[in-house]
Each structure stands twice: as structure tokens, then as C-alpha cells.
Design a protein around this ligand. Structure first.
Ligand code: SF4
Length: 305
């Protein structure tokens, strides 16, 4: 079915003219919000795995991780080329010389056509951005979660929205594409707060977005908070309606990289519906058809107060 939004898979097909799949990699990095540099507790929703790559881990060399994933994806999906995605923790959290060695190594394999690096907006500087800008089709994925500074404080992000904004501006200046990660359903946030985050991202003309529902993972600080004092969590319908509102606000060319979870259920405590990925995707399609709406229909690059 033709989507009413711009899926990342369409972007990959249009850009590379072949089947390109993402390989998630673990470069063995840590996170300054977990190791005591910024704080030792980390973001309250994060468990000890730090959004790790479930397919690969740093016990294997980058080359081995790449080869193993390529073999699997080529067999399963007839993938012809690949994007190397450093997913676990903060993948720019090392001196630039060390980063160069790690990033260079992915391009030893000529089937890698692009690189994507997940990190925090306070974990980047001019030298690191200059380095990343020299690779083929570079992307940086910044965790933001919300544009509301009160929320960022509450969830112990360790940076504010201004930090994210500066990082995006500096990154885009170098023609590196930016994907932002946000979370819907923080207990202090109203629908208007979430919509405000979407407007801020639209104004920054981000190139990609991943939208998640707030999920309480076992062994996360949030699990302890919720156990002591449970709070309201959005249901699937409410989440899907807000996702549709956000899609309508984002620029038509922003690639939609994730709007439903990956279906891993082992560590999800609440809400359980987040793992019903296809149901969520179908509901979002259904709502957009009912509304007869499209991504970008409410996009404006004017500042919303
Ligand atoms: S920045 Fe990422 S890895 Fe670090 S604590 Fe927050 S969510 Fe976890």
C-alpha cells in the first residue's frame, strides 16, 4: 500500500536505486550520561543496554559484524547494498583519531554505501563533524526525546533543547543528514507539548525522525519510579493519533525511519501494546486515510510560539 508519509525505505530506493538495508553495529562505545561524566544514572527510560544493537555486539570486530549481517540480509531480503549504523550508546564518544579508525573500517567493504551514527547532541564537536562529513552519504541520529527543557530535566538527559538545536545546525552546515529521535507520552507532557516538539523539528528541517512511545523497560530507573508511583501511559489509539498529527506537521521530505517499535518484548514492562508493531503501523495508515491527510499538510517553516 502506498504510504501517506515518506518511509525511509523509499528514500533509500530513490537515492541508491537498489535494495539498501541498514546493518546495526556495536562500535564498543559508552555513554557520558551513564559513565559518570554527565551523570551516572543515564536517561531514566534507558536500561543498561543503551539501545544496543541486537544483531551484533562489540565482541566481534566491525568487519565480522558487517559480514555476518550482510550474509543474513542478502539471503533474507536480497539486499544489494548496506548502510552501516552505529546504534549502541553514544557513537561519537571517543577522541577523533579513534573514531576515524572505527568509521574508516566500515568502508573496507565496498557494499557499504552510507554510514549512520547514533549519538547525543552534546557529544559532537567541529573536528568530529568535519570527519563524519567526509564519508559517503553520512547521517547522524541525535537523541532528543522532547523539545521541552522541563521534560529533558525530568528524564535526566543532561542537555537542553538549545544544545540539540546547535548540533543540528552545525551538522546540516556540513551536509550531513540529521535524524532525530523523540518519545511520546512522558507523564508531564500534554499533547500540545508533543506537537510543539514536532514544530521545532519541522523548523529545523530534519531529514529523518524516529518516534517512540515511552516504554518502561525492566532494570531502567523509570521502572523503579513507575513501581513506586504508576502514572498514565497513552493507549495505542492515542499514540497513533499523535503520530499522525506529527506526520502532518513535518516537512514532506523528512524521512520516517520509525513510528512503531521493533517488536522485542523480553524487557518491556509497560505498555505491552508497543510490541504489536504491525497493528500500530496499520492503525496509523487507517487514521491518515480517515483524515484524508498526508505528511507535510500542516507544515510551516514559520516559528510557532
Ligand atoms: S544518551 Fe542514550 S545510551 Fe546514554 S543514557 Fe541516554 S538513552 Fe541511554
Amino acid at each position: 500500500m502506498q504510504k501517506r508519509y515518506y518511509p525511509f525505505s523509499n528514500y533509500l530506493k530513490e537515492t541508491f536505486n537498489k535494495k539498501v538495508y541498514k546493518i546495526t553495529l556495536d562500535g564498543g562505545f559508552n555513554c557520558p550520561n551513564r559513565d559518570g561524566t554527565i551523570s551516572s544514572g543515564g536517561c531514566i527510560f534507558c536500561d543498561e543496554t543503551g539501545s544496543y544493537s541486537r544483531c551484533n555486539n562489540a565482541e566481534n570486530s566491525i568487519q565480522t559484524q558487517i559480514e555476518k549481517s550482510m550474509e543474513k540480509l542478502s539471503k533474507q531480503f536480497k539486499a544489494e547494498a548496506f548502510m552501516a549504523y552505529f546504534q549502541s550508546y553514544s557513537n561519537t564518544y571517543a577522541p577523533v583519531e579513534q573514531l576515524k579508525k572505527i568509521y574508516d573500517s566500515v568502508f573496507l567493504n565496498d557494499k557499504i554505501v552510507s554510514i549512520s551514527i547514533g549519538t547525543r547532541p552534546d557529544c559532537i564537536d567541529d573536528d568530529k563533524l568535519d570527519l563524519i562529513s567526509k564519508y559517503k552519504h553520512p547521517w547522524i541520529e541525535y537523541g532528543l526525546q522532547s523539545a521541552n527543557d522541563k521534560t529533558l530535566k525530568l528524564i535526566n538527559r543532561g542537555h537542553d533543547f538549545g544544545c540539540f538545536k546547535n548540533a543540528v545546525i552545525e551538522t546540516k552546515k556540513r551536509n550531513i543528514k540529521v535524524c532525530a529521535h523523540i518519545i511520546l507520552g512522558f507523564p508531564n507532557e500534554t499533547k500540545e507539548d508533543m506537537i510543539k516538539t514536532a514544530h521545532e523539528l519541522a523548523q529545523l528541517e530534519i531529514d529523518g525522525i524516529k518516534i517512540h512511545m515511552l516504554t518502561i523497560l525492566a532494570d531502567s530507573p523509570l521502572a523503579k519510579i513507575y513501581e513506586k508511583q504508576p502514572f498514565y501511559l497513552l493507549n495505542m489509539e492515542q499514540y497513533a493519533q499523535i503520530v499522525c498529527d506529527i506526520l502532518e506537521i513535518l516537512p514532506p521530505k523528512t524521512t520516517i525511519q520509525r513510528i512503531a517499535g521493533t517488536g522485542y518484548s523480553e524487557t518491556t514492562l509497560h505498555p505491552k501494546w508497543v510490541n504489536r508493531r504491525f497493528e500500530i503501523l496499520n492503525l496509523i495508515d487507517k487514521i491518515m486515510i480517515q483524515r484524508n491527510s498526508f505528511q507535510g499538510q500542516n507544515y510551516t517553516n514559520q516559528k510557532i510560539s
